[in-house]
Design a protein around this ligand. Structure first.
Ligand code: ADP
Ligand code: MG
Length: 272
């Protein structure tokens, strides 16, 4: 398809799914999810078709309650779809809005834990923990416990712990949502660098459109509940991007208006 919004190119979902499956890290076909409890049922996702190419950075945006977290938990295998197919090529790591670190463990021990659970030998774990602390720029803070670290530092530890799973696919659920703008800006930069260094496939959920345009090489828009894919934007701006740059701003406006149209039809919150 041709460019329709400034430097962004919209692509259809079908274009994505029909790509060579060799290069697809995660693929969803006709994936739906209905939560049932007693007589109540909530349809969270409705026939999602999406392919995530290996090494891509996709941001998923949509109003609150549209099924973003549900989508990630299904990809992570923590929840089962009601219908449709999912294929994940490789291992999956997770990171959430709250760092969810164990308060009684030091930063190093928190990062080491996934490797301990995988029975990675001690010497190898030690080396890897030091590499990861360096990668997230926390050298010298390994012996601190979470309460001794700032919110941004705790999210760095959580990121290192997610990377310690050696995951091919990193699922991130509003990981910077609780941080102040300055800290978030720094972590955007760090995440972009780490993504380029590690070559992981990132699926990043956010309700913050500017954050999505700052980070993603593709933005997937979900409708209000039940979540359906309503649009895709490819973002070709050079990296590193600045969140306050005019190009990020103008594409954010275009994406937000598309979301507003969608929300107007269903009547839920518009993302900020
Ligand atoms: N375990 C669950 N049981 C029942 N309903 C759920 C459960 N998890 C999520 N939901 C419902 O599914 C919808 C989508 O939720 P969620 O995926 O958390 O949305 P988002 O992350 O986009 O805010 C919401 O209406 C939510 O209340
Ligand atoms: Mg959520």
């Amino acid at each position: 398809m041709t460019a329709t919004v400034s430097a962004a190119v919209r692509t259809t979902t079908a274009d994505r799914v029909e790509g060579s499956s060799v290069d697809i890290a995660v693929e969803l076909r006709g994936l739906s999810k209905v939560y049932r409890s007693g007589r109540n049922q909530v349809q969270a996702l409705d026939r999602i078709d999406l392919g995530f190419p290996r090494h891509s950075f996709t941001c998923v945006v949509g109003a609150s309650g549209c099924g973003k977290s549900t989508l990630l938990s299904i990809i992570a295998g923590l929840d089962q779809p009601t219908a449709g197919e999912l294929s994940v090529n490789g291992t999956v790591g997770l990171m959430f809005q709250e760092s969810a670190l164990f308060p009684w463990l030091t930063a190093e021990q928190n990062i080491e834990l996934p490797m301990k659970l995988r029975r990675v030998p001690k010497a190898e774990r030690r080396t890897r923990v030091q590499q990861l602390l360096q990668l997230v720029r926390l050298e010298g803070f390994g012996s601190k416990r979470p309460h001794e670290l700032s919110g941004g530092m705790r999210q760095r530890v959580a990121l290192a712990r997610a990377l310690a799973q050696n995951a091919d696919v990193l699922l991130m659920d509003e990981p910077f949502g609780a941080l102040d703008a300055m800290t978030r800006d720094i972590l955007h930069h760090e995440l972009e660098r780490i993504w380029q260094q590690t070559g992981a496939t990132i699926i990043f959920v956010t309700h913050n459109v500017r954050e999505a345009v700052r980070l993603g090489d593709r933005i997937v828009l979900l409708s209000s509940r039940p979540g359906r894919v309503v649009d895709n934007f490819d973002v070709h701006f050079a990296r590193p991007r600045r969140i306050e740059s005019p190009e990020v701003g103008s594409l954010s406006i275009a994406v937000t208006s598309r979301l507003r149209q969608e929300v107007a039809r269903h009547g839920t919150d518009v993302p900020t």
